[in-house]
Ligand binder design. Structure first.
Ligand code: ZN
Length: 363
């Protein structure tokens, strides 16, 4: 198993939406979900001849290639969905709350519950929660900042708006009543993601061209993928109680929204590494939402939607058997996550959990 650090760049407008309205598509997603990215990468590898039909069926039943969601990459920094307990002052555009994840970890370690800020340093009470829709940058010591110094205008991704009319194939002219508008992510947006793949998967030297979102036949959603480097699979040094950041949505067994117990030994074993230790999640903070399980390529059906904790949620738990080496298991947890069986499907791209101490926008 190798974990690749990849960069994505939109080469044409990308229409990735939360909802379809009667007059078009609204509210573009500002990130690419893990299931969408995984499907696009596997499809591109098939087109390039790296994967054959059998490999795609195997990936459908027992996933080996796992993509993280793709989040904005701006000014050389990786942005992350905002965790809970953060609010933005509508007047001075600063973030208030637990702007240091290490401080929050200390609060939890002392057995207390985190508090919600009610005003900013200047006493303004017009605060807006920013979890998980806004992006933050994270410094190695766990300090959270708004990108671009917290300007009023969101700068994480560029959005363009357009009005279009459906064209009748028969008459070659506009169809009445089919005027629609859409919001699309502009060409030139950059994203970062990780892709964990078996050792035998080689990405083409020139990168891959992915098709993401709606309107691919009309040239929309062309995204270039380049490999920026390999992510080390070690060096995660934690003990006892740990605060995890959910890089992806989480889902548990039997309708739960997060995994309660994670066996690091079997997780590392899946990717050919040796580890020990068990993570027991005791507290979870984050919004709950129904998330798409993605498209099942081999069976040609959408996987069921699952009740999840959204990306950016925080999970607090304890690592048992701390004396033994659990760094390989924690590295696998950060990039591969915990695969979860939902109905007939195995979901990949969920439960990617990263100890907050190793989050770093700069690396
Ligand atoms: Zn203020």
């Amino acid at each position: 198993m190798r974990v690749w650090d990849v960069r994505l760049k939109t080469e044409s407008p990308m229409v990735l939406v939360r909802r379809r309205t009667s007059a078009g598509f609204a509210a573009p997603l500002r990130y690419i979900p893990s299931t969408t990215l995984r499907g696009a990468v596997i499809t591109a590898l098939y087109r390039e001849g790296v994967f054959d039909r059998q490999r795609i069926e195997r990936e459908s039943k027992t996933p080996e290639l796992v993509a993280s969601p793709a989040y904005p990459f701006r000014g050389g920094l990786r942005l992350f969905p905002a965790p809970p307990f953060l609010q933005r002052c509508k007047r001075c555009e600063v973030i208030v709350g637990y702007t240091n994840l290490r401080d929050l970890e200390e609060v939890l370690r002392s057995g207390k519950e985190p508090e919600i800020a009610v005003e900013c340093q200047s006493g303004h009470r017009a605060l807006k929660a920013i979890h998980p829709g806004d992006f933050v940058q994270i410094r190695r010591e766990g300090v959270l900042e708004l990108p671009d110094g917290g300007q009023k205008e969101k700068k994480d991704v560029d959005v363009l708006q357009s009005i279009s009319v459906a064209i009748s194939k028969g008459r070659g002219s506009g169809v009445r009543g089919l005027l629609y508008s859409y919001e699309a992510l502009s060409p030139g947006n950059e994203y970062w993601a990780t892709i964990a793949a078996p050792d035998d998967v080689e990405f083409p030297a020139g990168g891959l061209v992915l098709r993401i979102g709606r309107g691919a036949s009309r040239g929309f959603g062309r995204v270039s993928l380049t490999v920026a480097g390999k992510r080390p699979m070690d060096g995660v040094d934690v003990d006892g109680y740990v605060l995890f950041y959910a890089l992806s949505p989480t889902v548990g067994d039997g309708g739960g929204t997060y995994p309660r117990s994670i066996d690091l030994g079997s997780l590392a074993g899946r990717v050919g590494m040796v580890s020990s230790g068990v993570v027991r999640i005791e507290r979870v903070y984050g919004r709950t939402a129904w998330m798409s399980g993605g498209w099942d390529m081999a069976r040609g059906v959408y996987r069921p939607r699952v009740l999840s904790r959204v990306h950016g949620s925080l999970l607090y738990g304890r690592i048992e058997a701390v004396n033994a080496d659990c760094s390989a298991g924690l590295a696998a947890l950060s990039s591969v996550g915990v695969l979860t069986q939902v109905g007939e499907s195995v979901l990949a791209g969920f439960n990617l959990l990263v100890p907050v101490g190793v989050l770093d926008s700069a690396s």
